[in-house]
Write a protein that binds this ligand. Structure first.
Ligand code: PMP
Length: 284
């Protein structure tokens, strides 16, 4: 049985409770972060906390714990649950109050929940075999840059991908790829540049995306921030996704069209290795 953190207390997962009036339950009025753990240490942690503050600011939500406390809670859960490899999920909501569309921020105390999930992240089926992707229309709301718990469309998108024999879906808006259901989308051109669309309200500013782009630029890999179509991806040398829990995930087919011979591509595997090595150096 795991220990989870709920509103200032460490409790057993079967005793953890939040109110039925919590605005995340009734309105999806909550934000979250997922940070990965390797060797018991947190990967890209300061950037995840910075994005939590950004999400809170965009929604006018209070964060009433300090960054040091947030780190201490993560570490305490990693230690209590003996997490060597896995993730820490952190959710903050606007709080619980009788159901009403309008709310008075002064009367609300934010809800804070954290839990861990232990699972292999380095040696996985995705890292070995890659992922099959299908494309679906991007029907999400207009503020995909805020990391809210409104994940119904991405969840149904992943379910559709599974039902079509794939592992995940890339979403397409206005003819170009926005991002994956829970990751950022990249292609590698035949000349070896990596391409991903620029940040806007239409995608989440991925922490892994930003770190990988910085490591790539440092190592001399050209990085192009521009939108691309599914057709361009079909014709690319390689494709991959980035996310905190997958790191760099090779894509081996898109809508049934094989890439890099249906196997993880060499540039992708090199970037995955670089990302893991570099982020371990900075792990907390
Ligand atoms: N886009 C979306 C829609 C996501 O849900 C995620 C993961 N939460 C990402 C991108 C990747 O972000 P990160 O690298 O910070 O995990």
């Amino acid at each position: 049985m795991r220990t989870v953190f709920v509103n200032g207390e460490y409790v057993s997962e079967n005793e953890a409770k939040v109110s039925v009036f919590d605005r995340a339950f009734l309105f999806g009025d909550g934000i979250y972060e997922v940070a990965s753990v390797l060797g018991g240490k947190l990967i890209d942690f300061p950037a995840h906390v910075a994005r939590l503050h950004r999400s809170a600011n965009e929604l006018g939500m209070r964060v009433d714990v300090s960054d040091d406390e947030i780190l201490a809670i993560h570490r305490e859960l990693i230690s209590r649950n003996g997490v060597e490899e896995g993730v820490v999920y952190m959710q903050m909501t606007r709080g619980a109050i009788d159901r009403d569309f309008v709310f008075d921020t002064d009367k609300l105390k934010p809800t804070m929940v954290l839990f861990t999930q232990s699972r292999p992240l380095i040696e996985t089926a995705v890292s070995k075999n890659g992922m099959k992707i299908v494309s679906i229309p991007d029907l999400r709301w207009g503020r995909c840059d805020i990391k809210t718990v409104q994940l119904l469309y991405p969840s149904l998108g992943k379910m559709e991908a599974k039902s079509r024999g794939a592992d995940d879906a890339w979403m397409v808006r206005d003819g170009v790829v926005t991002e994956g259901t829970s990751n950022n989308a990249f292609i590698v051109t035949k000349s070896g540049a990596i391409v991903t669309r620029p940040l806007s309200n239409e995608i989440l500013p991925g922490i892994t995306r930003a770190a990988l782009m910085a490591y790539s630029a440092e190592s001399g890999t050209p990085v192009e921030e521009r939108a691309f179509t599914i057709e361009e991806a079909h014709d690319a040398a390689e494709a991959f996704i980035t996310s905190a829990s997958v790191f760099v995930g090779p894509v081996v087919s898109i809508d049934g069209v094989e890439l890099s011979g249906g196997k993880p591509g060499p540039v992708t595997l090199g970037l995955r290795k670089t990302y893991i090595e570099e982020s371990l150096k900075r792990a907390l």
